[in-house]
Design a protein around this ligand. Structure first.
Ligand code: NAP
Ligand code: FE
Length: 368
């Protein structure tokens, strides 16, 4: 029993929490840079943030040019706008991409770095204050201290982190996700499940991160068939969002592990959505951990209520449907790349290169 726990984000959860509790934003500054993509103008989230800032008499400037898998170029564009607008805090609205771009903007604005130094680590705990409004239920970025950016130099995705990257506030309201496509709903739900499962399969798991992870699985897993089938109710969306935040609070302590480390190559080289990339690999990772006799596997199966690892894999396969065609040679190359990834080293069972190759191959339907 030796661990630390730090999660400084205040969470407001509930219908219309942005407008009902928006006075909290007053404490963050005078002028907000709103960091988002294009969907928040259509799903009601941007209008609610405008209403809250207007009610507080705060100014704002809109930066709505964040696209999926944010790049350093996008972050630089955001910083330039922040500076020209004189913004002193950030409101991020969207999925993981705008939330992660916002965290990098908030940090690099006060700790400038050259492109070469961005992924070198060693950030001070200093950033502009942020409030996050997630509009997907998947990344949990609203409660983590990580920003994951496309790292073209290393041809992968790499996280940057500091304790100041935890947002000051997170506003959770499932109503923004009513128009979310089936594909994004499923992919982001698989990301959240992956965070919870990888969290307990991490060397850095703690009693608190485990408690959060198993509770996340208990809520999330039974919702997966509905997420992949008929439309979800707004209440079900609320629960997915809550479970995603619990899984985010898990990885805020434990970090992500082999599945994320191996998934990045699928996103970087094949443009497979982040959550789907994890979903493609998660079942085989659980099988490997079962083969290695990890005691967490039985607890994961119990928390999900799925009865067996085989059933867990079948549920994910149903959600994934037809898989992308990736050659054997490419997958073998990704296994070699994954060995260099920092996430894989955090796995409670760290796959060897040969096991990583098998894991990729089996995940894409190859026999050994
Ligand atoms: P995303 O890239 O943020 O969004 C995916 C798509 O969904 C976009 O086209 C977006 O449109 C749209 N969208 C978002 N919310 C919507 C809504 N309510 N209604 C309709 N459309 C909506 O996807 P994501 O899966 O949430 O985030 C993935 C990113 O997060 C990856 O870069 C991943 O590496 C990162 N991540 C971060 C953490 C962390 O701890 N920081 C953890 C896991 C993953 P617009 O872009 O036009 O708005
Ligand atoms: Fe993720």
């Amino acid at each position: 029993m030796e661990f630390e726990y730090y999660m400084p984000t205040k969470i407001f959860c509930g219908r219309d929490c942005v407008t009902k509790r928006g006075e909290a934003l007053r404490a963050l500054g005078k002028h907000a840079l709103i960091v988002t993509g294009k969907s928040s103008a259509k799903n009601g989230a941007l209008a609610d943030v405008y209403a809250a800032l207007d009610a507080n008499g705060q100014g704002y400037t809109l930066f709505d040019r964040v696209t999926p898998n944010p790049t350093v170029g996008c972050v630089r564009e955001g910083i330039a706008l922040l500076e020209s607008a004189g913004a002193d805090f950030i409101v991020a609205i969207g999925g993981g991409s705008p939330m992660d771009a916002a965290k990098a903007i908030a940090t690099l604005a006060v700790q400038p770095r050259t492109d070469e130094e961005i992924f070198a680590g060693g950030y001070r705990a200093e950033a502009l204050p942020m409030a996050h409004v997630p509009t997907t239920a998947g990344t949990g970025s609203e409660v983590t201290p990580y920003s994951i950016l496309t790292n073209d130099g290393a041809q992968t995705k790499t996280s940057i982190t500091s304790p100041a990257m935890f947002p000051r506030y997170a506003f959770l309201d499932g109503k923004y996700m009513n128009g979310l496509s089936r594909a994004t709903t499923v992919n982001t739900a698989m990301d959240a499940l992956s965070h919870a499962v990888e969290g307990v399969l991490s060397r850095n798991a703690t009693p608190i991160s485990d408690a959060l992870a198993y509770e996340s699985m208990r809520i999330l897993y039974p919702l997966l068939p509905a997420a992949g089938g008929e439309r979800l109710t707004t209440d079900e969306r609320d629960f997915l969002l809550y479970a995603s935040a619990l899984a985010g609070m898990t990885i805020a302590q434990s970090g992500t592990t082999a599945v994320h480390g191996m998934g990045y190559a699928l996103t970087y080289f094949h443009h497979i959505d982040h959550g789907r990339a994890n979903g493609l690999l998660l079942g085989e990772m659980l099988r490997l951990c079962e083969d290695k006799g990890l005691p967490q596997v039985e607890k994961i199966v119990k928390a999900c209520g799925c009865g067996s690892v085989d059933n867990f894999c079948a549920c994910l396969s149903d959600l994934i449907g037809a898989k992308e065609k990736i050659s054997r040679e490419e997958l073998i190359e990704y296994a070699a790349r994954a060995m260099k990834n920092k996430n894989i080293k955090k796995s409670a069972y760290e796959p060897t290169q040969a096991e990583a190759e098998r894991l990729y191959l089996r995940s894409f339907g190859y026999t050994d």
